[in-house]
Design a binder for this molecule. Structure first.
Ligand code: BGC
Length: 420
């Protein structure tokens, strides 16, 4: 069996907007109501009311840590008003987790913003960062006992979806604003770090894709390098060096630190050079494997090992896999995915890469942004009419792995990959 170190963290992740329901003060809600988004989040999984039941599930799974986000728009429904009732619910969640021996990891921003913040120009304006910092201070005061913090979930994905592709609020397509937004988020990160670092370890959850050139032509190799720099490294480089360049423009941002690297990994892509400047001369397509997911990408566990290695070689910092998961029809494929990604995590460990945790996305089926409710990532199935939770086989398999801090031989035999 493949044994993990005793202090290896097994966890699961969620985000507030995707599970809580009725986040009516959020910019996503506003855009849903205006009919600009294809799906409505509505009650989501109704976690806001069913948190106790969901924490029972986490306790049964016996995760070491649970990553969740606080919905800024719940805590600050308007600019100058703190909703202490909402804060005390989050407090209760943290306390209940601790009662079960589960450590919380808190994300402060997972794609959504309060409506008032959006109306003030959101992340486009440097002066608005002060509002975010005020929120960070409020949360830090309320949770001085929390040891793991993620200031942003996937800032580059936010920038791309919200300001380049225009699929997510505020649904703009503007390269200039996109870069401004990334710079303001890097600036906010540095300020938040100063506040949170006194409490514990601080980082971001950075989505990393394994990129591979489409061919051995120089242009494809160069396009691949560019995609990797832009998507995987630019934001981290910006935080660590004080110079942020995502696409074109270079910004001065306050130099800061990451106490570990939160790494979200889902898949691999091939990169091809294209003449189209609107696509930044880059064409990407999924690396095809025998198992593809409902999200349109394929399960490529080796890519996780490759990005762990590259991230470690580049930064030499502790890494925690803050998300990895699949939306699949057949739960057997979810088990296969978990086992194989963990096999490659283990391989990285044996090669001296400091990867200290793995969080499955997600404990529950949930609201998958502009892709709605049929993209089911959960270890636990949610019935969206009754809100009944039903653990899948993968829940029990992951539980077994967590209990042993190892992948047992029978699982390796049935689901594992022959890796060298
Ligand atoms: C995001 C999650 C999302 C997941 C699956 C991640 O990039 O952080 O919010 O649900 O991907 O698509």
């Amino acid at each position: 069996m493949l044994k993990f170190p005793d202090n290896f963290i097994f966890g699961v992740s969620t985000s507030a907007y995707q599970i809580e329901g009725d986040n009516k003060n959020s910019d996503w809600w506003l855009f849903e109501e205006k009919g600009k988004l294809p799906y409505k989040s509505g009650k989501a999984t109704d976690h806001w009311n069913r948190y106790q039941e969901d924490i029972e599930l986490l306790a049964e799974l016996k995760v070491d840590m649970y990553r969740f986000s606080i919905e800024w728009s719940r805590v600050y429904p308007s600019k100058d008003y703190v909703n202490y009732e909402a804060l005390s619910r989050y407090r209760e969640i943290v306390d209940l987790l601790r009662d079960h021996g589960i450590e919380p990891m808190i994300t402060l921003h997972h794609f959504t913003n309060p409506i008032w913040f959006h109306e003030l120009g959101g992340w486009e304006k440097r002066e608005n960062v002060d509002y975010f910092i005020q929120y960070v201070e409020t949360i830090a005061n309320e949770f001085p006992d929390v040891k793991y913090w993620l200031v942003f979930n996937e800032p580059i994905v936010y920038m791309l979806e919200s300001y380049i592709e225009g699929h997510w609020p505020p649904m703009k397509k503007n390269l200039f604003l996109a870069e401004q937004v990334a710079a303001n988020m890097a600036y906010a990160y540095a300020k938040a770090y100063e506040i949170l670092h006194d409490l514990g370890k601080v980082s971001i959850a950075k989505n990393m894709i394994y990129f591979e050139p489409y061919s051995d032509k120089d242009k494809d190799i160069e396009a691949c390098r560019k995609a990797e720099q832009m998507f995987n490294w630019s934001f981290i480089d910006g935080i660590l060096t004080g110079r942020l360049k995502v696409i074109r423009k270079e910004y001065d941002v306050p130099k800061s630190e990451l106490d570990f690297i939160g790494l979200n990994y889902y898949t691999g892509m091939k990169v091809k050079y294209t003449l189209n400047p609107l696509r930044l001369h880059l064409d990407v397509e999924p690396i095809k494997t025998e198992k593809c997911t409902l999200m349109g990408y394929c399960i490529y566990p080796r890519g996780l090992y490759e990005v762990l290695k590259k991230t470690w070689n580049k930064y030499g910092k502790e890494i925690i896999i803050t998300e990895n998961g699949v939306a699949v029809e057949d739960d057997e494929d979810r088990i296969l995915s978990i086992v194989r990604h963990l096999q490659y995590t283990h391989k990285a460990l044996t090669e001296g890469i400091s990867v200290n945790g793995y969080f499955y996305w997600s404990i529950l089926d949930n609201f998958e942004w502009d892709r709605g409710y049929d993209k089911r990532f959960g270890l636990v199935e949610v019935d969206y009419t009754t809100f009944k939770r039903k653990p899948r086989k993968s829940f029990y398999v992951y539980k077994e792995i967590i209990k042993n801090k190892a992948i047992p031989d029978d699982l390796l035999e049935k689901y594992g990959e022959n890796i060298s």
